[in-house]
Design a protein around this ligand. Structure first.
Ligand code: ATP
Ligand code: MG
Length: 478
C-alpha cells in the first residue's frame, strides 16, 4: 500500500514538495525536482525560499538550475502533519504555457481594441444574431454605446435599406453560415448615413463543425465613396466637355469644308449659266453643250459631296448598310484599277500586282469600291504627275491584304493622328481639293468588313495604305 502511494506521488505530473516550518525542503517528487532542474536528493535539506501560507494558491517564478530560465508555477499550499511536527505540502504546476497563451490573448485583445476598423462578434441563436462583442471602433463608427450594441442583432447595421441586393447578400450569409463582403449604406445612431464595407466570417466549433459565431469587420468608407463619386463626376464632366469640344471642332471643320468645296462648283455652275444666258444665242452648239456638261459635272460633284456627308453620318450612328457576297477579289480589284488607269492615263502609271490566282472574300461590292476608289484617288491627287501608284493584292494568314502605295507628298506626323477624323485635311494639301471625308468612309467600310487599316508615310517620299480583309480560304495555293 505504501509502495502504491509512493508510486502515485512519484509519477504525478504535478510537482509535490514538503517544506517544514523552518522553510527546509523535506520531500520532493521527480516532477517538482524537474521544475528546479535538479534531482530530488539535491533538493532535500535545502532552503525553499518562498513564503508558504496554508490554504493559499500563489503564482511563483522558479529559477531552473543549469539553464537559468524562469518557469511560471502555480503553487497550492496545504498544512499537514509531518514526522516531526507541522509542515506545508505544496503542489506545483507548470503554467508557463498557459501564461504565454494569456499574454498572447491579452495582446490580441489590445490589438482588437485599438483597431480603427469596427470588429464585432455575433453569436448564432436560432434565427437571431446578437452581438456579444463590439470593439471601441464600432462605437466610434456607429455612434452607439457598447451596451446598446451588445443588445442588438448585428443586422441592424444594414437594415436601413432592406431591398438592397448587397444587404440581402449579408442577410443570406448570416443564415447560411457562409462568408460575405459588401459595401453598404448604413445609419449612425444620430440618423446620419454613412458607407461601410462589411466582411462577415463564420466561425465553427472545432469538434463538430457546428456554426457558433460570426466575426464581422466594418470599415467606414464614406470618405472614399465621396471621393470616388467626386472623381466620377469630374471625369463625366471632362468627358462631356471633351465631347463638346470635339463637336465644335467637327462643326468648324464641316463649315470650312462646305465653304471651300461648295464654292468652286457653285461658281462654275453660275459661270456656265451666265454664259448661256448672255451669249447662248451667239454660242455654237458645241460651246452650249460644253456649258451644259460643265453644269452637269459640277452638280454631280456636289451630289457626291452630299452623298459622302450622308454616308459618314449614317456610319457614325451605326446605320450603314452592309450586304456582303463572296467576291473574286482579283477580278474585282483589277477592274477598279483599270478604270482608274483609263481616267489618269496621261498623269500616272497604276501598277496592279497579285501573288495568287484566286482570292475570295465576303465583300460588299459597293462599299469596298468606294473605299478603294478613295484610296486610289488620294494616291493620285497627292502625288506628282508622272509618278507611279502600286496596287498590290495578296493573301496572307487567312487574310486578303491590299496595299496602295504612292510616291507623293506624304502625311505629317501631326496629321497622321487625326487622319480618319471627318473633314480633317492635311496641312500640306495646298490647293488640292477635297472634303476630308474619304478616309472616314474608308475606315467605316473596312470596319464593316471586319478588317483593319494601317498607314505608313514619309513627307515628300510617299504613302502606303494597307487594308486587311477576312477572306474565304481556297484549298491549295493559287
Ligand atoms: P475627299 O473627301 O475628297 O477624299 P480628302 O482626300 O482631303 O478629301 P481624305 O481622303 O479623308 O480626304 O484624306 C484626308 C487627308 O489625308 C487628306 O486631306 C490628305 O491630307 C491626307 N491624305 C490621304 N491620303 C493621302 C496620300 N495618299 N498622300 C498624302 N496625303 C494623304
Ligand atoms: Mg480623299
Amino acid at each position: 500500500m505504501l509502495n502504491t502511494l509512493l508510486t502515485i506521488i512519484n509519477r504525478n505530473a504535478d510537482g509535490i514538495l514538503v517544506v517544514d516550518e523552518d522553510g527546509v525542503i523535506r520531500f520532493v517528487n521527480p516532477a517538482a525536482a524537474a521544475l528546479f532542474g535538479q534531482q530530488p536528493r539535491d533538493l532535500v535539506g535545502e532552503f525553499f525560499g518562498f513564503p508558504l501560507i496554508g490554504g493559499e494558491t500563489a503564482e511563483i517564478n522558479l529559477l531552473t538550475h543549469g539553464t537559468g530560465e524562469l518557469v511560471a508555477v502555480e503553487m497550492r499550499v496545504v498544512e499537514i502533519d509531518w514526522v516531526d511536527g507541522r509542515a506545508y505540502l505544496a503542489s506545483l504546476r507548470d503554467i508557463s504555457e498557459r501564461r504565454q497563451a494569456q499574454a498572447d490573448i491579452a495582446l490580441r485583445n489590445r490589438l482588437i481594441e485599438a483597431s480603427g476598423s469596427g470588429i464585432f462578434i455575433t453569436s448564432v441563436e436560432d434565427d437571431a444574431r446578437p452581438m456579444i462583442y463590439a470593439n471601441p471602433a464600432m462605437t466610434a463608427i456607429t455612434g452607439f454605446g457598447t451596451s446598446d450594441l451588445l443588445a442588438m442583432d448585428c443586422r441592424f447595421l444594414w437594415q436601413c435599406n432592406p431591398d438592397d441586393a448587397q444587404n440581402q447578400a449579408l442577410d443570406r450569409a448570416l443564415l447560411d453560415g457562409s462568408p460575405a463582403s459588401a459595401a453598404i449604406e448604413c445609419e449612425r445612431a444620430n440618423g446620419a448615413s454613412y458607407w461601410a464595407e462589411v466582411h462577415l466570417t463564420p466561425i465553427r466549433d472545432q469538434g463538430n463543425r457546428q456554426l457558433t459565431h460570426f466575426i464581422g469587420v466594418l470599415h467606414d468608407i464614406t470618405d472614399r465613396m465621396y471621393l470616388d463619386a467626386e472623381r466620377i463626376e469630374r471625369e463625366r464632366i471632362s468627358v462631356a466637355l471633351e465631347k463638346e469640344r470635339e463637336l465644335r471642332a467637327l462643326k468648324d471643320r464641316f463649315l470650312t469644308m462646305m465653304s471651300h468645296e461648295l464654292r468652286t462648283p457653285l461658281a462654275l455652275i453660275r459661270l456656265a449659266h451666265d454664259m448661256l444666258r448672255q451669249y447662248g444665242d451667239k454660242a455654237s452648239e458645241e460651246e452650249r453643250l460644253q456649258y451644259l456638261d460643265s453644269i452637269r459635272t459640277q452638280v454631280e460633284h456636289l451630289t457626291d459631296i452630299l452623298g459622302d456627308v450622308m454616308t459618314v453620318s449614317r456610319g457614325d450612328s451605326g446605320e450603314a448598310e452592309f450586304s456582303p457576297e463572296i467576291v473574286d477579289l482579283i477580278t474585282y480589284c483589277r477592274d477598279i484599277v483599270e478604270q482608274f488607269q483609263i481616267s489618269y492615263i496621261k498623269t500616272h502609271v497604276i501598277a496592279f500586282k497579285c501573288n495568287r490566282s484566286v482570292i475570295k472574300a465576303p465583300v460588299d461590292r459597293k462599299l469596298l469600291r468606294r473605299a478603294l476608289t478613295n484610296l486610289l484617288s488620294n494616291a493620285i491627287k497627292y502625288s506628282p504627275d508622272g509618278s507611279m501608284v502600286r496596287f498590290t493584292l495578296a493573301a496572307l494568314d487567312g487574310e486578303a491584304v491590299i496595299t496602295i502605295q504612292d510616291q507623293g507628298i506624304g502625311i505629317t506626323d501631326e496629321d497622321m493622328e487625326r487622319l480618319f477624323e471627318p473633314f480633317h485635311r492635311g496641312r500640306n494639301v495646298e490647293t488640292v481639293p477635297g472634303t476630308g471625308l474619304g478616309l472616314t468612309i474608308v475606315q467605316q467600310a473596312v470596319r464593316a468588313h471586319g478588317g483593319t487599316i494601317a498607314v505608313e508615310s514619309k513627307v515628300g517620299k510617299g504613302t502606303t495604305f494597307k487594308l486587311t480583309l477576312p477572306m474565304v480560304e481556297v484549298r491549295g495555293r493559287g
